[in-house]
Design a protein around this ligand. Structure first.
Ligand code: ZN
Length: 107
């Protein structure tokens, strides 16, 4: 499975993704950012305890604006947000999971 398309929609706040197995979905920037998988945003699991980082940045308007997206090694996409946050790597499985969860997340 591979991501073949990650395209900004006309509303400028959501993205259309297409996988090579025919899976297609829309994901909002807001949903993607609030589900950022990086250690800072999602907390780190250490010895089965989940620690939520204290230095998590407060989210602001620019936190939900995507500057660019880069494919990383054929397994994930890295999102660069305008507030400078770019440590989130969304692998294909996670992206698909989010898309399935994001049935009504465009607004
Ligand atoms: Zn993050």
């Amino acid at each position: 499975m591979n991501l073949v398309k990650f395209k900004r929609n006309n509303d400028n706040s959501s993205f259309h993704i297409i996988f090579d197995d025919g899976f297609e979905a829309d994901l909002s920037a807001h949903f993607l950012r609030t589900h950022c998988p990086c250690a800072v945003c999602s907390g780190e699991e250490v010895l089965l305890h989940k620690y939520v980082s204290q230095n998590q940045m407060p989210l602001k308007q620019s936190s939900f604006e995507l500057q660019k997206a880069e494919i990383v090694g054929n397994y994930a996409i890295q999102l660069f947000w305008k507030d400078g946050h770019n440590t989130g790597l969304y692998n294909w499985d996670y992206l698909k999971e989010l898309a399935l969860e994001c049935t009504n997340c465009k607004s």
